[in-house]
Design a protein around this ligand. Sequence first.
Ligand SMILES: Cc1cc2nc3c(=O)[nH]c(=O)nc-3n(C[C@H](O)[C@H](O)[C@H](O)COP(=O)(O)O)c2cc1C
Length: 334
Amino acid sequence: MVQIGPVQLPDFPLLLAPMEDVSDPPFRAVCKEYGADLVYTEFISTEGLIRDAIKSRKKLDIFPAERPVGIQIFGGDEEAMGLSAEIVETTGPDLLDINFGCPVKKVVCKGAGAAVLKDLDAMVRLTKAVVSRTSLPVTVKTRLGWDEDSKNVEEVAERLQDVGIKALAIHGRTRAQLYKGEADWTLIGKIKNNPRIKIPIFGNGDIDSPEKAVEYQNRYGVDGVMIGRAAIGYPWIFREIKHYRETGQHLAPPTLEERIAACRKHLEGSVAWKGEKLGILEMRRHYANYLRGIPHMKDWRMQLVTADSAAGISGIFEALLDAHVSGALLRADV
Ligand SMILES: Cc1cc2nc3c(=O)[nH]c(=O)nc-3n(C[C@H](O)[C@H](O)[C@H](O)COP(=O)(O)O)c2cc1C
């Protein structure tokens, strides 16, 4: 069992990474159904929360079925971070996560996200500001350091543990790397081996198969892994890793029926949460991922992204299943 303050997770938990415009409640629910043990919201601006921006507040929506869930915030101002911690607490998440890893300019320019990797005193102050204003367990997600010459995550781990964070997730790249190159988990492993470190350490970066999850667990000793891109359109990654860890065998990939069921659930969730028009619109970017590899995927996707009612989309799913069952899906004329 892995413990984050009062939150209990199973052994070697699988975490769904926070992802802007992706990790919304409908997607989180689908990932949860297929085995994610802890899910996070996308990052939420503390400035937005304080200004009471509707868009930021909407991102605080969480639902019972997805628990345990963490709300992630980012910001570069201590008072705004503290106040946001109080706002977040009123919405009742299981934990509050601070983003100290976002590399994008609009975040870094404001002294938030990965910017504080250049100023660990500021990072510690911001973290203290959050920890002191909430009774929620506070966790942090960060990167190895600012750039190749300043990989300071080992110091980050000790100092943030000392000010009270309850878990640390580390993406094995620097800010300068953005998403380039391969994630390097060596320092993550070193932190796990540091006898001073008592909090759970989660590794993140490039986990895209059951073998890799198990190999990285064995090699780096992490308490769990956080998965981002590999779960987009493929929430089955979670159950596949679990099955492989338990049995050493690969689980069969999802059938077309399962893919469509997940797509439907995701769409229904989107429509319920955002309304039919926006829900349908925002779902459009997911079809290609859910249907990757099926024959004539482009044509089916085109139909799905041009349909403008939930009933219309449901009809296309039915036609796709019929074509599959009748064998027509495999014929060139479909
Ligand atoms: C579309 C997208 C949006 C992201 N948004 C966030 C975010 O809001 N907060 C955050 O901490 N990381 C964010 N990330 C980074 C991921 O959480 C994760 O660290 C990164 O994708 C590496 O993990 P992976 O190789 O499993 O994808 C985002 C990544 C992607 C691809």
